[in-house]
Every structure is written in C-alpha cells, then in structure tokens.
Ligand binder design. Sequence first.
Ligand SMILES: O=C(O)CCC(=O)C(=O)O
Length: 278
Amino acid sequence: MNAAPTAFRAVLGQDELSNIPRDLSFHPSVNEQPKVLTPEQIARFNRDGYLKPFRFFSPEEAADIRCYFDQLLARYAAEGKDSYSISSAHLRHGRVWDILTNPRIVAVVSDLLGAGVIAWGSHFFCKMPGDGKAVSWHQDASYWPLSPSKAVTVWLAIDDADRGNACMRVIPGTHVLGHLTWQLSEQDESNVLNLTVPGVEKYGDPVYVELKAGEASLHSDLLLHGSEMNTSSRRRCGLTLRYTASDVTAHLGWADKGVVVAGPPPAHWANRPRPTEE
Ligand SMILES: O=C(O)CCC(=O)C(=O)O
C-alpha cells in the first residue's frame, strides 16, 4: 500500500499540545432551522453531549462495508499492523473517504456544527475477540491540536456493538465540565490510547452505546467516553469519523487532513480529493 502524503503526525506529545493556546470549552449548537435533526435532538446533544442511534446504512450496505473492512484489515495484518492501526484512512482509501463524506452523515453533523464543516479524521477502533485492549476514559479534545473545541465524532458500527463485546460507553453531561485533568496511562491499563481521566465515578453513571452494524452515535469532543476490554468471542469494530466547524484552527499541520464537506473552502484547511486506492 502507498503511504498517504501527509505533513502531520497522528499522535502528538502532550508537551506539544500544552504549548498551543486552545479554547476547550463547550460551544452549544445553535440552529433555529435544522435540516434533518429535530430541535429536541439538538437540545439533547447540548444537554447530554451525545446522540444515538442514527441508521446511516441499511443492513445490506452495512454488510458490504463490513466485507470491505475485512479485506482492508487482512491487508494491514499482512504488513504486520494491528487492528487499531488504520487511522487517517480517508487519505489513503477511497471507500473510507466515501463514508466520511456521505451526505446523510454530513447533513446531521452540519445541523450541529453549522454551515461550514471540515471532515478530517477516520480511525477504525477494531477490538478483536479477547485482544485485551481497553480505551480508557478520555475526552477527544485532549488529543487534538484544534481550537476552539467545536468537533463531533460519528462512531459508525461496522459490527454489531453491545455491552457483551465492549461497545463504547459515555458519561452524559460531562462535555460541559471543561478540559478535565488527565494522567498518562499506566502500562497495565492496556489502553489503546495513552491518557486516562481518573475518578470518573463522581461524574455519574456510564451509558453503554449499543448499536447495530450500519448505525452510528455522535459525540462531542469534550464528552468523557471509553470502552472496556472485549472478552467475548465476537469482533467489535467501529469507524470513528471526525468533523469540525470550518472556523476552527488546526495547529501542527493537522489542517492537511481536511476534506471540505459543507460550505465554502476556508483558506486554512486542505480539501483532500478522493484517493484512487480502495
Ligand atoms: O471505539 C472505542 O471503543 C473508543 C472510541 C473513541 O475513543 C473515540 O471515538 O474517540
């Protein structure tokens, strides 16, 4: 496979991130005339920090996407890469670019983020049966050189995801608490990422985001979320699709990943074409 032409690094050090002036406060969605969401859904997103479920792909389309992913994963595995390594996939794989720019998804995201939207991230979180990996409690914004904090993730279920195979879990309402104190993960956490927000029990009970393949949830970049280890015999793969309002500034070269999916192209962001490789 060809390497995608990029000028950014996917995983940044926290020292670098802490040197960037970032506004990491929640910016509620204000939309008097949503096109596809109801005003109640927008109010719920502002209150809870997430929405679910959205059926973006029919069961037949979802089966086709799963078949594509099976083959993609086999190609990466043949290169010695693991099931979490397929990141910024829209820069390399046309099929992923198609999902990221899907008009049904973009319409929902645009109702929340506004008329100008940049799609910039696509990362498969594929928990193989019994792989011993968890995603510790975190806020996405901790990892990203973006300001202000106006980003949403669409978590698209490639496989059915439920509590049994370690679906994502969230703590509703935590997106309004600002940037929470984190610590670097301990080795024994087996964290797919590298930060942990400790002591989250005080923020409330987790909600398990169960989804069928082809359905998606959507969460704010400030919402506390994570997932447990997959101790089942079933794979649990989700494709995270990341979007930000086009008035957001990206530092450290991350604007290079952008695809303009709604509104006029802002000067600051790239507008990456569909890759030819599937
Ligand atoms: O798929 C998971 O378990 C976690 C995904 C996640 O952390 C994210 O969407 O940022």
